[in-house]
Each structure stands twice: as structure tokens, then as C-alpha cells.
Design a binder for this molecule. Structure first.
Ligand code: NAP
Ligand code: GCO
Length: 264
């Protein structure tokens, strides 16, 4: 009984932006539970390179090139996937960017781009995915990748926090409107993880690196593979009655106000 609860055999999962980082780690996790993996990137060469990486670990993934903010391309490419690979069962809205600029210095165009990719993109993807699930009278799992910034602000990441805060509420809206179609929509809220996105603020000796290690009760950055359990759970039958929930995987950050520097 228990193994079936986390079994993804026969399921097809699309993870946006999963050519590296958290998306690739979650894709490998879903594959280990039996899912067929489809990834995307905006650049053909990056998608191709990623498929080679997946192949090295025995995952025969499929790759499609499109920008999650391009509604026409999303519609065309997801229709192609359905014909070439099969109907989608799981959507992980992982693609995202961040721009670390104080608001007084931030261009409106930069603010808009973050909102477009991190919030409008997941809407475009999920609407197309859900339309197919409803048409096929099938079932579906949507996992939106949120953030600590879905709950907390910090200097210089206003657009990202606005997008990720909105993504938390979009997750709840999708759960509200689509639960009746047997679609469960949830979020994963990673804490601070070691990827290329956080590289600029993670280098040894960088004040933010020391801040995060001190601010995280487990005293370290997360490793991308540590999101695999949450992704499998929210993609699997084990979460069939979980809807609108954001599962934070943050080493305890949201549990605490923090401790004075130097205190154990
Ligand atoms: P990353 O290394 O920067 O990867 C982001 C991925 O998204 C890249 O593959 C990127 O591909 C893709 N992407 C960006 N814009 C896209 C678009 N318009 N269309 C399609 N793909 C696009 O970031 P990460 O650290 O793995 O983070 C992945 C997700 O987790 C993001 O949503 C991020 O906000 C979130 N997150 C990260 C952390 C962390 O600590 N790392 C914590 C919480 C949440 P190209 O640029 O090559 O197109
Ligand atoms: C930052 C970081 C964070 C992480 C993540 C935390 O500059 O504060 O990039 O935003 O990416 O979102 O959960």
C-alpha cells in the first residue's frame, strides 16, 4: 500500500526550466518514482545539453523549446507534447528569474519582466495544462515553485517577492477553481538552495552567505536533491486530498524569528 502512494509509474511530468538547478533535481526525483520526464528551456542548445545530462543517469527525457510567457508557443508545444509523448499528468511550474535591484533604482521594464516570467508564465502554463485535463476528463497535479519570498520580503527583491507572493495566491485560486476537475494544485516553497540563481549571494565570505547560514536553523544552504521528496509527494496519489497548500522546504527558516549573530 505505502509504495503505491508514491508511485508515478505511467505518469508524464512536464517541468519548466528543468535544464539544471532545482528543476533538474526535482525531475530526477519524479523519474526515480517512475514518471516520464519532459523539460523545457528557451534555448535549444540548453535543452539538448540537459537531455544529455538526464541520459547519463538513465533518464530518457524529452525536451521542448519555448518561453513560458509566450502563450501561442506554450499552446503549440504542449499540443505537440501530447501527440509525441502522451497526455500530461503533472505540471511543475519551476521556470523563474530574479532581479536583485532596490526599488528606487529598478526599471519598470525589469519589474514587469520578473512578474511576467514568475507569475504570468505559471498562469499560462497551468491554464493550458488544466484545459487538457478537463477536456480528457482525466486527473492532474500542478506544483508551483514558490519561495521564502512568498511569505517574507527582503531588500532588493521586490518584483520577485511580489511574483512569488502572487504565485502562492494563484496556487490557492487554481485549487479553488480546479479541484472539481480532480486537479490538485499545490506549491513547494524552497528556502535558500545552492544553485546558479543564488551563486552571486552564496560565495564563501559573502555577508549574505553568513546571514543565511545563521538565519536557517539547520545552519546551511539546501541541496537541490532535498526537494525531491516534496515533489514526489505532491505529484503522487499520497497528496490526492491536498489542495492549495504550499509545502515549505526551508531548513526551518519560516519557523523562527532568528537568533543573534554568534549565538549557537
Ligand atoms: P535557475 O538555476 O536560475 O533556473 C531557472 C530556470 O528557469 C532556468 O533553466 C531558466 O532557463 C528557466 N527560465 C527562466 N525564464 C524562463 C522562461 N521565460 N521560459 C522558460 N524557462 C525559463 O534557478 P533555480 O535556483 O534552479 O530555481 C528554480 C525555481 O525555484 C525558480 O522559480 C526560483 O525562483 C525558485 N526558487 C529558487 C530558490 C533557490 O534558493 N535557488 C529558492 C526558492 C525558489 P534559461 O534561462 O536557460 O531559459
Ligand atoms: C534572494 C534569493 C532568494 C531565493 C529563494 C528563497 O536573493 O533572496 O535568490 O530569493 O532564490 O527565493 O526562497
Amino acid at each position: 500500500m505505502s509504495t503505491q502512494l508514491f508511485d508515478l509509474t505511467g505518469k508524464t511530468a512536464l517541468l519548466t526550466g528543468a535544464t539544471h538547478g532545482l528543476g533538474m533535481a526535482m525531475a530526477k526525483g519524479l523519474a526515480s518514482a517512475g514518471a516520464k520526464i519532459i523539460i523545457n528551456d528557451r534555448m535549444p542548445e540548453r535543452a539538448e545539453a540537459a537531455l544529455e545530462e538526464y541520459k547519463k543517469v538513465g533518464i530518457d527525457a524529452a525536451g521542448y523549446v519555448f518561453d513560458v510567457t509566450d502563450e501561442v508557443a506554450v499552446s503549440e508545444q504542449l499540443d505537440r507534447m501530447e501527440k509525441e509523448v502522451g497526455p500530461l499528468d503533472i505540471l511543475v511550474n519551476n521556470a523563474g528569474i530574479i532581479k536583485r535591484v532596490p526599488m528606487l533604482e529598478m526599471e519598470v521594464s525589469d519589474f514587469r519582466q520578473v512578474i511576467d516570467i514568475d507569475l504570468v508564465g505559471p498562469f499560462i502554463m497551468a491554464k493550458k495544462f488544466a484545459s487538457s485535463v478537463v477536456r480528457r476528463k482525466a486527473t492532474g497535479k500542478i506544483i508551483n515553485i514558490c519561495s521564502m519570498m512568498s511569505e517574507l520580503g527582503r531588500n532588493s527583491v521586490s518584483a520577485y517577492a511580489a511574483a512569488k507572493g502572487g504565485l502562492k495566491m494563484l496556487t490557492r485560486s487554481m485549487a479553488t477553481e480546479w479541484a472539481k476537475y480532480n486537479i490538485q494544485t499545490n506549491g513547494i516553497g524552497p528556502g535558500y538552495f545552492a544553485t546558479s540563481q543564488t551563486e552571486p549571494i552564496r560565495v564563501d565570505g559573502h555577508p549574505f552567505n553568513d546571514f543565511i547560514v545563521n538565519r536557517t536553523p539547520q545552519g546551511r544552504w539546501g541541496e537541490p536533491e532535498e526537494l525531491q521528496g516534496a515533489a514526489i509527494f505532491l505529484a503522487a496519489p499520497a497528496s490526492d486530498f491536498v489542495n492549495g497548500h504550499v509545502l515549505y522546504v526551508d531548513g526551518g527558516i519560516l519557523a523562527t524569528i532568528g537568533k543573534p549573530y554568534g549565538e549557537e
